[in-house]
Design a protein around this ligand. Structure first.
Ligand code: CA2
Length: 146
């Protein structure tokens, strides 16, 4: 059976393509979802793509991944830099979680240079725009096969 990967996106990513294209690109969240679906199909994975502006909903989905997913690609957006609750949910998840960012937070403001997720994630991919999601799915496909 195809492995199921939750692709979880945090606050404000619903605005992709509408503001700050110089940082996040011109594509919309719907474009990103299509790209992720195509990449997952090519890898024989099922991608369950979701976005929420609510911290608790992201926590609920990470808990759901314990039984409902084989791995998680997580762009927690601004919560990356603030959320102990999301860190705890990643720790409790017991599935490989790959942290992804469209931009490179290390080339940006100081407050973006701490992540509550990076040290407990299976890996971190940032700075490659939507390609980062493809790379994360490549990694998850490799991990779930082995
Ligand atoms: O680069 C990323 O993917 C980020 O996770 C995006 C977050 C930011 O807080 C992180 O430091 C890095 C922000 C997402 C906001 O998305 C917008 C998209 C379009 C217009 C405005 C915001």
């Amino acid at each position: 059976m195809a492995a199921t990967i939750f692709v979880l996106n945090g606050p404000n990513l619903n605005l992709l393509g509408q503001r700050e294209p110089e940082i996040y690109g011109a594509g919309t969240l719907a474009d990103l979802e299509k790209r992720v679906a195509a990449k997952a199909r090519a890898l024989g994975l099922t991608a369950d793509f979701r976005q929420s502006n609510r911290e608790g909903e992201l926590v609920d989905w990470l808990q759901e991944a314990r039984t409902g997913a084989d791995g998680v690609v997580l762009n927690a957006a601004g919560y990356t830099h603030t959320s102990v609750a999301i860190r705890d949910a990643v720790l409790a998840c017991d599935k490989p979680v790959i942290e992804v960012h469209l931009s490179n937070p290390y080339a940006r403001e100081d407050f973006r240079q701490h992540s509550f997720i990076s040290d407990i994630a299976r890996g971190v991919i940032c700075g490659f725009g939507p390609l980062g999601y493809d790379l994360a799915l490549d990694a998850i496909a490799d991990i779930t096969r082995s």
